[in-house]
Design a protein around this ligand. Sequence first.
Ligand code: GLY
Ligand code: MN
Ligand code: MN
Length: 491
Amino acid sequence: MPHLPRLFSSLLLFLLLSLTSFAQPAPTADSDMPTDYLPKEFHAGRREALRNLMPENSVVVIFAYPTRTYSNDVEYIYHANPDMYYFSGYKEPHSVLLIFKENQTDSLGSSYNELLFVQKRDPRAEQWTGKRLGTEGARTKLGFSTVYTSAEFKNFPISFNRFTKIIFDKLPDDIGNQANDADLFDLVKQFRQKAGVPEAGTFHARYDNRSFTKLTAQLREIKTPEELDLIRKAVEISCQGQNEVMKAVRPDMSELEIQGLHEYVHKKYGAESVGYGSIIGAGENGCILHYMENSKTKVGTSLLLMDVGAEYHGYTADVTRTVPVDGKFSEEERAIYQLVYDAQEAAFKTLHDGSSWADASKAAQHVIAEGLMKLGIIKNEYEVGRYFPHGLGHHIGLDVHDRGNYGKLKKDMVITIEPGIYIPEGSDCDKKWWSIAVRIEDDLLITQDGYELLSHFAPRKIEDIEKLMKEKSVINDFKLPPLESGKKKGF
Ligand code: GLY
Ligand code: MN
Ligand code: MN
C-alpha cells in the first residue's frame, strides 16, 4: 500500500474510533439495570382500560401498601401493592393514586383525569433506604403529568361529594402514624375526612369498596402480552430451580438448604423475590399445605414436596414438584403420585376458552376419588376431601392467588392446576400410606382451543423425574467447610 492512502486510512480509522467513543452514552447508574420492566405505556393503558369500565361520575382511589416492622428499627423488604403497581408502575410506599372516569378541571382551568401523590425526594432518607422517584421521576419515568408529593394531598382541592361513586379497596386500619404528615397513615386519614367515608359497617351507596375487586379482577385476570413475557420468565426460572434441585438433592440435605438452592437459582436468573414463602416439606411435612418452617435438618429418603415460585418484576410463578429423595419412587409413593398425575391430566383436558373451573375440579376429583377407593384408602367418593382438601387451582399474576373470576376460564388467563393427595400419620387407612404427600402444580395459559403448559420445563412424569434425578448437579461440587461453632457440644 502506498504511503498516503495508508496515512489517510489510519486517520479515517482514528476519526471513526473517536466518533464511536463520543457516540457512546456516558455510563449512568441505570445502565446495568434490567431492561425488561413493564413500560410506562403499559400502566397508562391499564388506567385507560379501568376508566372504560368505571361507572359514570366515579373515582377510583388506590393506596400504597403499608411498610411493616421486621425487628426494632428494621422493616420488612417493601412489597408494592399489586394494584398500585399495575395501574401506575410506582413501587414505593406512602402514596395514593386517584383515577377519574371523566376529566376534572383545576382552579386554573387545566384538566386532568388522574392524580398521583408520591414520596418526596429526601437525600438523607435516600442515603439509608435507597433512591426515590419523587415527582420528577414519576413524571419522566412513569409518564404522569399530574403528580404531587404526598404532603400536598392534604390541601389538594378535591370535592369528593361530587362523585356518584368513590371506589376503593379495604382501607388499611392497622397502621401507625410515623410522625410525618405525608405518610400512609395521614393519607388514609385525610381521605376519610375529605371524602367523609362512613364508619366501617355502615352502608352508603357512594362509598363502594365492593366493586373495586370486581372491576380490577376483570382487567387483571386477562394477561396482556407484556405481562405474559414476565410470567413466562418467572415460570421458567422456577422450573430451572426445580430441575437443579432434582439433580442435587441428597438425603442429608436440610429443608432450608433445599429452599436456598431454589432461591439461589431464582436469583441467578434475576428474579428479585419469591411470590410466597417457599414450601419445602419432606415426608410428613408435605402434608402441611402451606408449610414454610422448612426446619427439618435431614430430608431423608422420603418424598419431598417443593412448592416454590420465583417472582420476576412483580409477577409470580407457582410450581410444585414432588420427588423421591433417593431418586426412585417406592411402590406406594408411585401409586399415589400416578393418581395425582392422572387427576391433573384429566383437569388439563377440560381446559379451553369458555370452559369452567367447576368442570376441571370435577374431573380431577373424580380421578382421585376413584383411585383412592381402588387402593382401599377411602370407602366412598364423599371421603375424597379428607385427602384432597384444597381447591384445584387459582389465577396467578401479580399475586400468587391472583384476582380473577372462578366461573368461566377465558383466553389469556394464567392459572395453576394443582391436585394433591396428603395422607398424614394416623390416617384411617393402612399404615403403609402414612406420610405420603404429593402435589403436582403447573402453570397454564388458557388458549382458544386448550392451554399452553408454561411450566413444561420441569418434568412431571415418574420416569422423567427419576431420569433427571440421576444427573449430577453443579451444586454437588459446592462444598463449604464445617462451622467451628458447630463443633461445640449442644449444636
Ligand atoms: N403456593 C401456594 C399455592 O399453591 O397456592
Ligand atoms: Mn398454587
Ligand atoms: Mn403452590
